[in-house]
Design a protein around this ligand. Structure first.
Ligand code: NAD
Length: 491
């Protein structure tokens, strides 16, 4: 039995009960974002590995689908129970591969476990619909059916949660699933696969593949036997996946980026608004699709709020410890990308109120740490307003009133989450009605991923599907309309 407490020197693919090197024998080096040093080697899969995984998945799926959904739920509950048993070890892997603190990694691991329990419970509900018919002595109903092989591709920001958000519902619905782990976070994905196996998921039903997007992810998207592709990542890759899998009419669920507005009204509890702005903008080093990156503040309280926010941000502690507020960003390329964007904004006249630079030397060494960054004097059409940075960087915008605030909030290529801070119920309700977002929050952060609640967004944030909640089952199943005719004369 593989023990997830022991870090493998090379992270292998898991195809059924076998831990396999990539068919081409290649590996890549995964670096520790907190130090910039090598952490482990990882299988660098290609089309051959995808081919093998899909063949095994296709062969195994019918028997898995033939189990009752309650039985599948029981096996998924076993995974969640094993995850709970190995909670500390799982969180340590998340902390190692992302650089976040053990405390934050534990929070994320617990959310992933909760997702397991929630979806396992859905096995006892799995509601369809019974309805009436125009024809006498005919029953009409709608039930779910699996799709076949599911290809799951995830981002690295909350790695174990990202695995759980896709693997649990995909499997519950009776699909075989192949997860292509994010190249920056192979360890938690590896451990989930190990535990799934130990929990009794049959051979071939769940596969973990490692490698880069174009080499290992693209063949999965292109494979004719993959019936549904569920993707969490950037807009650019999501669009390519929709086009590619769309050509063969495969189902595609896209959970993409955000540029999430948080409105601070003149009647807001400013301290509460500061607290939630900090959490929204900087937690997980801003590497959240729901990160609050556009803080829209009424003119009447702008200067006061700005001073409070900048002061609070200057007290944030960046590092990997449990008393730190956030850790490094995931890799050097991402860090350089976001700092270059800040530099371009400055050249165009933006004012950096705090941060704007890499933290290095001393405790930061060669890690990819970025100071909490707050920027003002940027326009609604500037690059930094319209493109996602996925880092601890947020911009302030000054507006005159509610009307201007909502208009600016909606003026975005994205539509994932949004928040308003106000004491006025009429403002709050009007905001909920008018904001164009998948998640609307009053007096809180731009958060929104409780396991039992749907999560997703409009426009470039997705393509209409929702992860989590009962709605996640709609991604991984199709409906079957059933008519049963009976004859009361023949009783
Ligand atoms: P990315 O698109 O570069 O990579 C995401 C995943 O896609 C990785 O596993 C990568 O290997 C794979 N990939 C890359 N190219 C591919 C290709 N051609 N074919 C198949 N797979 C490919 O994204 P990233 O920069 O790593 O992640 C950050 C993005 O993810 C942000 O935009 C963020 O908002 C988004 N995200 C969205 C949600 C959500 O629920 N909406 C949650 C977390 C992250």
């Amino acid at each position: 039995m593989v023990i997830v407490e022991v870090l493998p020197s090379t992270v292998l693919n898991q195809v059924g009960s076998e831990l396999l090197a990539a068919a081409n024998g290649r590996t890549f080096t995964k670096k520790d974002p907190a130090t910039g040093r090598a952490l482990c080697e990882v299988a660098r899969s290609g089309a051959g590995d995808v081919e093998l995984a899909v063949a095994r998945a296709k062969a195994a799926q019918p028997a898995w689908a033939a189990l009752t959904v309650v039985k599948r739920g029981d096996i998924l509950r076993n995974i969640a129970l094993l995850m709970r048993e190995h909670r500390d070890a799982l969180a340590s892997l998340v902390a190692k591969e992302t650089g976040k603190s053990q405390k934050d990694a534990l929070g994320e691991t617990d959310a992933a476990i909760e997702m397991g329990f929630f979806i396992a419970g859905e096995g006892r509900r799995f509601y369809g619909q019974t309805t009436t018919s125009a024809v006498p002595h005919r029953s009409a109903m709608v039930m779910r059916q699996p799709l076949g092989v599911a290809g799951l591709i995830i981002a690295a920001n909350t790695p174990i949660a990202n695995v759980a958000w896709k693997a649990f519902p995909a499997l519950l619905c009776g699909n075989a699933a192949i997860l292509k782990a994010a190249e920056d976070t192979p360890l938690s994905a590896w451990a989930f696969g190990v535990l799934a196996r130990q929990a009794g998921v049959p051979d071939g039903v769940y596969t973990t593949l490692h490698g880069f997007g174009e080499e290992a992810g693209a063949p999965l998207v292109e494979h004719p036997d993959v019936a549904v592709v569920s993707f969490t990542g950037s807009c650019e890759v999501g669009r390519w996946i929709a086009e590619t899998a769309g050509k063969r009419l495969a189902k595609v669920c896209l959970e993409l980026g955000g540029k999430n507005p948080l409105i601070v009204c003149d009647d807001a509890d400013l301290m509460n608004a500061v607290t939630w702005t900090l959490g929204s903008a900087f937690s997980n080093a801003g590497q959240r699709c729901a990160a609050g990156s556009r803080i829209i503040v009424f003119d009447a309280v702008y200067e006061k709020f700005k001073a409070m926010l900048v002061e609070a941000a200057s007290k944030l502690k960046v590092g990997t410890g449990d008393t730190d507020d956030y850790g490094p960003v995931i890799n050097e390329e991402q860090m350089r990308h976001m700092l270059a964007s800040v530099a371009r904004a400055k050249q165009s006249g933006a004012a950096v109120l705090t941060g704007g630079e890499r933290l290095s030397g001393g405790q930061y060494g060669d890690g990819y740490f970025v100071a909490p960054t707050i920027i003002e004097h940027v326009g609604p059409n500037d690059e930094i307003t319209r493109s996602e940075l996925f880092g601890p960087i947020t911009c302030l915008y000054r507006v005159q009133d509610f009307e201007e605030a909502v208009t600016l909030a909606n003026d975005s290529p994205f539509g994932l989450t949004a928040s308003i801070h106000t004491q006025n119920i009429n403002r709050a309700m009007t905001f909920i009605g008018r904001i164009q977002a998948g998640v609307a929050v009053v007096n809180g952060g731009t958060y929104g991923s409780e396991p039992h609640m749907p999560f997703g967004g409009l426009r470039n944030s997705g393509n209409g599907w929702r992860e989590a909640g009962t709605q996640a089952l709609d991604v991984y199943s199709d409906v079957k309309t059933v008519y049963i005719n009976h004859n009361p004369e023949k009783v």
